[in-house]
Design a protein around this ligand. Structure first.
Ligand code: AP5
Ligand code: ZN
Length: 217
């Protein structure tokens, strides 16, 4: 299983990807989580990335491609395949990914677009709570943790992402439509694109994903 999940902020990439990972024993590479780990570790890259993320813009293609290449080459969990969540986000990133995978003779099986109107995303983003160490996410209303502001697995505190507010969301959506919209067309032309309705509740979205993987839809 080698697939990418494309979708705007709050579409449900980080909600569905761990379920795919568990079912198919593949790695889940979330570029946003990787950047936030750099921010938490206070590296130079983390300092630069935080500024860009809080402006709703994109980190350079060169840095992002290097990160993914490193994981695909060295992360043993990726031997069975991978889910890319948040990458590629530009056409140059998509082209680089293609050349990386063709060198390994392991092309993508699916490019899945989680389709949802922008109007539903404000509530999802402003209500999200995350467990920084694992990347697990909750929602104040739609998927609350068992104990308020606490991760169900570790009991550690949950936080809100610094880019999860209405102002930055507007910029992130603008960036998504302008720079990632063409990535959808790129995979459409390659014939591996599938769009699914991500506005339904998470269990229904999961069923639609299974339909794609099992060749039913
Ligand atoms: P990233 O972390 O990838 O953020 P994003 O793409 O904006 O996506 P989100 O994580 O906000 O949304 P999601 O689809 O994962 O939603 P989730 O499942 O959590 O990137 C952050 C930044 O890093 C970028 O802005 C950029 O600056 C930089 N970056 C990252 N990758 C890059 C790249 N390749 N190139 C350049 N820069 C890069 O769900 C959201 C909420 O909704 C949760 O609370 C969840 O519980 C809830 N929810 C989920 N599904 C449902 C449902 N079906 N019904 C109701 N609620 C739901
Ligand atoms: Zn995410």
């Amino acid at each position: 299983m080698r697939l990418i999940l494309i979708g705007p902020p709050g579409a449900g990439k980080g909600t569905q990807a761990p379920k795919i990972k568990d079912k198919y024993c593949v790695c889940h590479l979330a570029t946003g989580d990787m950047l936030r780990a750099q921010v938490a570790a206070k590296t130079d890259l983390g300092r630069q990335a935080k500024k860009i993320m809080d402006e709703g813009k994109l980190v350079s293609d060169e840095i992002m491609v290097g990160m993914i290449q490193n994981e695909l080459d060295n992360n043993k969990e990726c031997q069975n395949g991978f889910i890319l969540d948040g990458f590629p986000r530009t056409v140059p990133q998509a082209a680089k990914l293609d050349s990386m995978l063709s060198q390994k003779r392991s092309p993508l099986a699916h490019a899945i677009e989680l389709q949802i109107p922008d109007s539903l995303l404000v509530a999802r983003i402003t209500g999200r709570l995350v467990h920084p160490a694992s990347g697990r996410s909750y929602h104040k209303l739609f998927n609350p943790p068992a104990k308020s502001m606490t991760d169900d697995v570790t009991g550690e505190p949950l936080i809100q992402r610094s880019d999860d507010n209405e102002g930055v969301l507007k910029k992130r959506l603008g960036t998504y439509h302008e720079q990632t919209g063409p990535v959808v067309d790129y995979y459409r032309e390659k014939g591996i694109w599938k769009g699914i309705d991500a506005s339904k509740e998470p269990g229904e979205v999961w069923k639609s994903l299974l339909g794609v993987f099992e060749g039913g839809s």
